[in-house]
Write a protein that binds this ligand. Structure first.
Ligand SMILES: Nc1ncnc2c1ncn2[C@@H]1O[C@H](COP(=O)(O)OP(=O)(O)OP(=O)(O)O)[C@@H](O)[C@H]1O
Length: 651
């Protein structure tokens, strides 16, 4: 029926003005000559550099097959010269992103958001139920029809879970789980609609990626988002709703994917009870608007003006940052070597003058430790530690984190003692229980995620988004066969890190108490030695041009920040012991009373003091000093960052 109604072939259509442009396609308003109906035609150019034929054909296929009022279906598609034409219903309101940019730069009001998001969730629920993951949920892909209908479009990077064969098996395996990437993006989109721009949009992609790994999930900030938190008689309801809004977003932005609700469950969230009809959208958003073509022209003119003034157009930077943010946190691999190379290209405004200068982070987020600095610092750490390790050639095991390096042999003169690192590893992840689904959402009842403050400033690191830094598409390449889920990985690293508090640490320096029978192993002191974990860092994460780097991207050698933070925690004890040793060396020959963790302890250092006259040992000592110092700086910086983040809303 559809095929009859919408003929195949470019001759049957008359193209009008451009109404949208994406990474892979240009969308035009058009007329189907045969039935005199206005349609939209998406033209995907095969010859365009980044055109992926698999994606294109999958998109066309999905758009033909889908059948849901909230999913943008295509009437038909065909090849014309070197391009694919996808004919679809014309959505006169354009995308929510266009709408935000043109008329609501500060974001939509909550009822509109609830309405748009509820319709989007219905689309997601439908797609997930049929085994599709959209993977590109964002305001730019939510379209508004002239009757106020909301439809989810753009299946350019979507994936079908049933692609590889047994549908039923795949369905059983995946039911409930495929949604997590989309649900995260859905939460980000909610913030985008509320704020008028994507979270972190002021940052360049690399920074966004690192912040994604480092920070608490973004959230609504009641202090800043005043429109969602007015306290007055009438606004009490608003506050109430805004809390449910906040909680709804928080439930999507939980780093542990398994804790995110499904689209179906989310639809029952109290927040969506305020959602209204399509007519409401027409009245509130569409009435009196210029045509989509005129709006697009206006946006383009504005962006050209910005370019002329050498500013990065808002649209571009937000899009880039948002995409990277979502990709960073969802299901994409990332190649750390490439990432390091990209990071080294970032032109930081604050040049690192001092090797150990971490920079002030008091003004977070403006003063957040840049990834370049971070990598630089860690690189220095790793370099120092690597040299020391090479001299010591100690083997180590880091199995508690799932990273093993070398053999884990215990030498005879070593003493292994469980060490307790009650550290807080990366405690920013919040896991609000999704307890307001389908029931009353009482204010203050739930755990809220305050997140970090989002800033509306639109200055930007031009270098990062305008070509100096190539797109992170290169950095974050999807590879289904060895996909490392960062989400899972971060969670995994965190849980493993806490398990690791009782892990045995082995080393070649021994610290003992006088009068304690070592062989019985009953010494309640941590035995630490040089930084084994740093060896892991230097080989796998940080790298240094002069050092051998294992570039094979396996989970074993990808060390994201949580892992580094874990390493930092474990090394705190090492640092204490090393400091004690050095102190002992400078004052005594073989025995000294020093204080570790407030307890006065006698330390016996059998061989080290003598060997320290050896130039190698002196160098080693220097390096250990350096490591200690850097670790201390890193720890302080982490602490400061944490403080800034908690104080963030006020700042
Ligand atoms: N059916 C439609 N009616 C009206 N406008 C549309 C329609 N389809 C797309 N657009 C507009 O065109 C823009 C680009 O379309 P689309 O996102 O499908 O292209 P893309 O190349 O796949 O983009 P992306 O960069 O997100 O992958 C949309 O953001 C929207 O503004």
């Amino acid at each position: 029926m559809d095929k009859k109604k919408y003929p195949i072939g470019a001759d049957h259509y008359e193209l009008y003005e451009e109404i949208g442009q994406g990474g892979n396609a240009t969308v035009f308003r058009a007329k189907c000559i045969d039935n005199n109906e206005t349609v939209a035609i998406k033209v995907l150019d095969f010859e365009q550099g980044n055109c992926d034929l698999n994606n294109v054909s999958r998109e066309a296929q999905i758009m033909i097959l889908v059948d849901h009022p909230n999913v943008l279906k295509s009437h038909c598609s065909f090849v014309n010269d070197h391009s694919l034409w996808v004919v679809m219903p014309f959505m006169a309101g354009g995308s929510c992103l266009h709408m935000l940019k043109a008329f609501h730069p500060e974001g939509f009001e909550e009822v509109i958001i609830a309405t748009i998001l509820r319709e989007t969730l219905k689309a997601l629920d439908y797609l997930h139920h049929h085994g599709h993951i959209h993977r590109d949920i964002k305001a730019g892909n939510i379209l508004i029809g002239d009757n106020g209908a909301i439809k989810l479009g753009d299946f350019g990077v979507s994936a079908c879970l049933f692609d590889s064969g047994d549908r039923q098996r795949a369905r059983n395996t995946f039911v409930g789980t495929p949604c997590w990437a989309d649900i995260w993006s859905f939460g980000i989109t909610a913030l985008e609609l509320a704020h008028g721009h994507a979270p972190f949009s002021k940052y360049p992609p690399m920074k966004v990626l690192l912040m994604t790994l480092q920070n608490a999930p973004p959230g609504l900030d009641l202090e800043r988002d005043k429109k969602f938190s007015k306290i007055s008689l009438e606004a009490h309801l608003l506050l109430f709703l805004s809390k449910s809004f906040k909680q709804m977003i928080a439930s999507c932005l939980v780093k542990d994917p398994s804790k995110r609700p499904t689209a179906k469950k989310l639809l029952k969230h109290y927040f969506f009870r305020q959602a209204r009809s399509n007519d409401y959208i027409v009245r509130k958003l569409l009435e009196g608007l210029p045509t989509i073509g005129d709006r697009l022209e206006a946006i383009k003119r504005k962006e050209e003006d910005m370019l002329a003034q050498k500013k990065v157009p808002d649209g571009q930077k937000e899009e880039i940052s948002q995409n990277e943010y979502k990709r960073g946190i969802s299901c994409w691999n990332f190649d750390l070597e490439d990432m390091k190379a990209q990071a080294s290209l970032i032109q930081d405004e604050d040049v690192v003058t001092d090797k150990y200068q971490l920079g002030s982070m008091n003004s977070f987020p403006g003063g957040i430790l840049s990834e370049k600095k971070l990598l630089h610092q860690l690189s220095s750490l790793s370099e120092a530690s690597e040299s020391a390790e090479n001299e010591g050639a100690a083997s180590s095991s880091y199995s508690a984190m799932g990273f093993s390096v070398g053999n884990c042999e215990r030498s005879e003169d070593e003493l292994s003692i469980s060490s307790s690192t009650n550290g807080h590893i990366v405690s920013q992840t919040s896991s609000p229980r999704a307890d307001s689904f389908g029931e009353f959402d009482l204010p203050g009842k739930r755990h809220m995620v305050d997140g970090i403050p989002h800033h509306r400033h639109h200055h930007h690191h031009r270098a990062a988004s305008s070509g100096c830094i190539p797109s992170l598409d290169r950095v974050l390449s999807y590879n289904g066969s060895r996909s490392l889920h960062i989400d899972d990985f971060v969670t995994d690293a965190m849980s493993k890190a806490s398990i690791a508090s009782g892990v045995q640490q082995r080393g070649r320096f021994k610290v003992t108490s006088e009068g304690v029978d070592l062989d019985k192993g009953a010494v309640p002191l941590p035995v630490m030695h040089k930084s084994h974990s740093m060896q892991v860092i230097s080989h796998s994460f940080i790298g240094h041009p002069s050092l051998p780097v294992d570039t094979t991207p396996t989970p074993q050698n990808h060390l994201p920040l949580p892992a580094l933070q874990f390493i930092l925690q474990t090394n705190t004890l090492q640092r204490d012991c090393i400091l004690s040793l050095m102190k002992a060396n400078s004052t005594i020959d073989s025995t000294a009373n020093i204080s570790i963790d407030g307890a006065s302890t006698s330390i016996h250092i059998p061989a080290i003091d003598k060997s320290l006259h050896d130039p190698n040992c002196i160098r080693e000592k220097e390096l250990l000093n350096e490591i200690t110092y850097l670790q201390w700086r890193l720890a302080s910086a982490q602490e400061e960052l944490h403080k800034c983040r908690t104080e963030g809303p006020q700042v």
